[in-house]
Design a protein around this ligand. Structure first.
Ligand SMILES: Cc1cc2nc3c(=O)[nH]c(=O)nc-3n(C[C@H](O)[C@H](O)[C@H](O)COP(=O)(O)O)c2cc1C
Length: 351
């Protein structure tokens, strides 16, 4: 479909980097369900901080799977920082550890990052942007990509200038979230600036922000002419969104929603992998978060009051479970009960 350096991206749907969400198990799942590429949670470029448990977990996914031939996913590691030399050194180390692509974070408004003038706060300093991009691109042989917002603020919407700096520095793809840094997550994403950026540069652009359905993905692609859409929050608890969008873009037809059996199987497998990846104690906690998102997504489909109440009751019960096998048993039991309730409701309606 399009290329980033020597990588060929088969589908126009990318999983956005999300701290606390896009860990190795979730990225693998999204790749299996059709994401053309996935991006890691941001990792600080300050290697002195890499011994923290959080950084170790984010980086361990690189060293845990070295067998490139058996992997279909492209391993993009996102770096956050503001010092060109440090960013270059961190990129080098990650490339050695097995990263396929380095992504630079200039799109995240998180306070912790912004206080150090990193992430989207860098967008105001175009000279520093250029220095960082040149240093990182010059340090590694693998492709370097960049994620930005449409600008610093609605008054200083300098996304087009930053995009040109990126292309001139050798950046090989650019993700653009259709809000400025000042907008945080308020209001709606706008796609006009993304369309303008696509017009001005020739590297692939990913349009990002508020894409929650296949129709919206198609609309945004048509409006911007971007190479792909990048999906963040809509994938939480709904990794099927990638195959749904891919199918809709290819055929114009909607794919059927996953059955309760498929959701149960996928969720159980996902939870097992979280237990394995994080260990029992932390795995249990991370699993609760993901299960909450799955239930939120799927309770939207459960219009019947009795089913919605069933979801609510279950979430409260699940959050108190302190054993990994019990978590898995509870999931299976929940879906069995859901099937029984659905059958009963269908029977009542038919009668
Ligand atoms: C929980 C959460 C964590 C995020 N972490 C990152 C991050 O680590 N790096 C980054 O560039 N953007 C981060 N973002 C921003 C997303 O990548 C994305 O740009 C934003 O959510 C808009 O896309 P969406 O409307 O599809 O969610 C994060 C967003 C959320 C909701």
């Amino acid at each position: 479909m399009f290329t980033i350096g020597s990588w060929s991206i088969q589908q126009p749907t990318i999983l956005a980097p999300m701290a606390g969400v896009t860990d190795e198990p979730f990225r693998r799942l999204c790749s299996e369900l059709g994401a053309g590429m996935t991006v890691s949670e941001m990792v600080t470029s300050d290697e002195r901080l890499w011994s923290s448990r959080k950084s170790q977990q984010r980086l361990s996914s690189l060293t845990s799977i070295k067998d490139r031939a058996n992997r279909k996913d492209i391993r993009s590691v996102q770096l956050a920082g503001n010092d060109p030399e440090m960013m270059a050194a961190a990129a080098k180390t990650n490339a050695k550890m097995g990263a396929d692509v380095i992504d630079i974070n200039m799109g995240c408004p998180a306070k912790k990052v912004c206080k150090k003038a990193a992430g989207s706060a860098l967008l105001k300093d175009e000279k520093l942007v250029s220095e960082i991009l040149n240093a990182v691109v010059g340090a590694v042989d693998i492709p370097v990509t960049l994620k930005i917002r449409t600008g610093w603020s609605p008054e200083l919407r300098n996304g087009v200038t930053i995009a040109q700096i990126a292309e001139d520095s050798g950046i090989q793809a650019l993700a653009v979230h259709g809000r400025t840094r000042a907008c945080a997550f308020k209001g709606h994403a706008e796609y006009d600036t993304i369309a303008e950026i696509v017009q001005q540069i020739s590297i692939p652009v990913f349009a990002n922000g508020d894409i929650y359905s296949a129709e919206k993905a198609k609309m945004v692609l048509q409006h911007t002419d971007a190479a792909a859409v990048m999906i963040g929050r809509a994938a939480q608890g709904n990794p099927w969104i990638f195959r749904e969008i891919n199918h809709y873009l290819a055929t114009g037809q909607h794919l059927k929603k996953p059955s309760a059996e498929e959701v149960c199987l996928t969720l159980s497998q996902h939870i097992k992998e979280l237990h394995y990846f994080y260990g029992e104690l932390m795995g249990l906690r991370i699993a609760r978060k993901h299960v909450g998102w799955y239930l939120k997504q799927h309770s939207h489909n459960a219009e019947q009051h009795v089913l919605a109440t069933h979801y609510d009751d279950f979430r409260h019960r699940f959050n108190r479970i302190e054993d990994s096998q019990e978590q898995l048993n509870a999931i299976t039991e929940f879906f069995n009960q859901q099937l029984l309730i659905t059958e009963k409701l269908t029977g009542e309606i038919a009668a």
